[in-house]
Design a protein around this ligand. Structure first.
Ligand SMILES: C[S@@+](CC[C@H](N)C(=O)[O-])C[C@H]1O[C@@H](n2cnc3c(N)ncnc32)[C@H](O)[C@@H]1O
Length: 219
């Protein structure tokens, strides 16, 4: 439901290309992430973005983290051929990693699930390297009013802030160079809509025109 058009924002992933670093080690779990971890996919789900980042990288490591062990299991299952990606169970509010670890953090369609978004941002600042960059992509936010219809349908509580509120939150939690961009979904739309989320094809088009919110910030 919340998958936005990958094509619309995949070019942004280019900024996650890890710098050439050491070898990764898929078996070196034990609760803590190893020093080699450079990119974090927070709330990775089944890991499609982690895999994509890992495939684009010539060296280094991508770590996918999710609070659902089922998601971590599925991500691991579908990533067995990729040696520079690893999945870890954990919560955004208590990230199992040492300080100053990640140069880049990506979080797709996950941030609104965090009960304490401020605590998640404090944790992100702790685990991010100095001048590390944070990218949060969400389709569910106040300025895309269509997305608010889903709030009551979801089985778990979600936080829906506006672009301005997210920017203020990031700044309050010590992030610098905070910016927000809209990522419209330019994929083709049907002429007739028969699903349950929109009244008609016009609404679906308008939802896609408003697009996802991409928040970018620096530690
Ligand atoms: C809609 S899915 C998106 C998954 C993936 N990023 C994607 O784009 O397909 C949201 C994910 O966030 C995870 N999640 C929710 N709350 C979380 C938390 N507090 N810490 C870490 N992950 C969380 C869920 O388990 C779920 O896998």
């Amino acid at each position: 439901m919340f998958q936005c058009s990958i094509e619309a924002w995949t070019p942004k992933l280019r900024c996650f290309l890890p710098r050439p670093t050491r070898n990764c080690n898929r078996n070196s779990t034990n609760g803590l992430l190893p020093d080699a971890a450079m990119r974090l996919d927070l709330g990775c789900g089944t890991g499609w973005a982690s895999r994509r980042m890992a495939r684009m990288a010539s060296a280094g490591e991508v770590v996918g983290l999710d609070v659902s062990d089922e998601m971590v299991r599925r991500a691991e299952q579908t990533s067995q051929e990729i040696m520079n990606v690893r999945y870890v169970w954990g919560s955004a509010e208590k990230i199992p990693a040492p300080d100053n670890q990640f140069n880049k953090v990506l979080s797709v369609e996950s941030f609104y699930y965090y009960a304490d978004q401020g605590q998640a941002l404090d944790e992100l600042r702790r685990v991010m390297a100095p001048e590390g960059k944070l990218f949060i992509l969400i389709n569910l936010y106040k300025d895309n009013h269509y997305s608010l219809r889903w709030v009551t349908e979801l089985k778990v509580p979600v936080q829906a802030l506006s672009e301005a509120e997210y920017k203020a939150l990031l700044e309050r939690h010590g992030f610098r160079k905070v910016e927000a961009r809209r990522i419209p979904d330019r994929s083709p739309s049907p002429d007739v809509y028969s699903g349950k989320w929109f009244k008609d094809a016009g609404e679906l088009k308008d939802f896609k025109r408003i697009g996802a919110l991409l928040l970018i910030a620096e530690k």
